[in-house]
Design a protein. Structure first.
Length: 313
């Protein structure tokens, strides 16, 4: 069986196109297929549409509906937990992940000794220049300072064996960053490149700010480099401050204590104060992650599944 996990947040417009395109390639796949749609607190008619899809395809379509929006990471985890297939793929409902690659991905994983076939974009055509710049900068930083390699342009769209998915599910941490987790668990992985695609319908829920926060989480979750950098710069600043103090004392003893140096003094105070606040923020970010982990809150809460619909009948 092939399990197709699809996180959904306000995807009412995209879902009909998605199912139609996937159904086109089912004849070229020897596996039986199950869809697992995860409704991540959508505010449109996504849940109603999922109910209708399950009614039309009761043996293939399953769905999970959250009690609120828990985020894509939680939706991915819930979908992987619910999957029953020997092979599992993760796809977006907006068709930015080409379904026609699935037969090729299945053939690759079954004809060679690999556990995962991932996908990556050849380019970032159609993406805003600023977003592309910061995306590339993120991958450079996380690969330079982190212990886990992440492929630039890699998508969540990938085909995995049951063994690899079970390894991912064994990581029950609350603060999740799937791109890093997929790499951290290891297993043999190959990548297929394809040209970037735009959404088939609807609007993306990812703003520049949400992507920025997501990238910060990725760096913090898989690297302690920011803490090391803060300690290093802090040490350099202390040495510089001591040298500056010696210089000021010697200058005052030799040439008196002129009052004309207040602008430079104010600049130094502001610089040091800014650095302290920056490093406190870095430390606070890590402490906040620890705080959330110790709460042991559930990664998601389910409000409804297709089984509830059957019970109502």
């Amino acid at each position: 069986m092939l399990s197709i996990v699809v996180p959904c947040f306000n995807e009412q417009e995209s879902l009909p196109y998605f199912v139609k395109e996937v159904e086109k390639i089912t004849s070229s796949i020897s596996h039986s297929i199950e869809y697992i749609f995860v409704n991540d607190g959508s505010q449109d008619g996504t849940l109603k549409l999922l109910r209708e899809l399950h009614h039309k395809m009761p043996n293939q379509v399953r769905y999970i509906s959250f009690s609120k929006n828990f985020g894509k990471e939680s939706a991915l985890y819930a979908g992987l937990q619910a999957s029953r297939g020997d092979l599992i793929t993760v796809m977006d409902a907006d068709l930015q992940d080409p379904p026609e690659l699935l037969p090729q991905m299945i053939e690759r994983i079954e004809s060679s000794d690999i556990d995962c076939v991932g996908t990556r974009r050849q380019d970032r055509a159609g993406e805003p220049v600023i977003r592309s710049f910061f995306a590339r900068l993120f991958y450079k930083l996380v690969n330079k300072f982190g212990d886990t390699e992440m492929i630039d342009g890699a998508r969540d769209f990938r085909l995995m064996t049951r063994q690899m998915v079970d390894a991912i599910l064994s990581m029950t941490e609350y603060n999740r960053f799937s791109k890093g987790i997929f790499s951290w668990v290891g297993f043999n992985t190959e990548y297929i490149s394809y040209e970037n695609r735009e959404r088939v319908a609807g609007k993306t829920s990812w703003s520049f700010w949400s992507l920025f926060k997501y990238s910060i989480d990725g760096i913090v979750n898989f690297s302690d480099a920011p803490l090391t950098l803060a300690a290093f710069i802090g040490g350099i600043s202390c040495v510089a401050a001591i040298l500056a103090l010696i210089f000021i004392v010697v200058r005052a003893l030799l040439f008196g204590d002129p009052t004309t140096g207040w602008p430079s003094l104010a600049s130094i105070v502001l610089l040091m104060g800014g650095l302290q606040l920056l490093f406190l923020g870095i430390i606070g970010k890590y402490i906040g992650k620890i705080f959330l982990e110790t709460k042991k809150r559930p990664i998601y809460i389910i409000k409804e599944t297709e089984k509830d619909v059957k019970k109502e009948r």
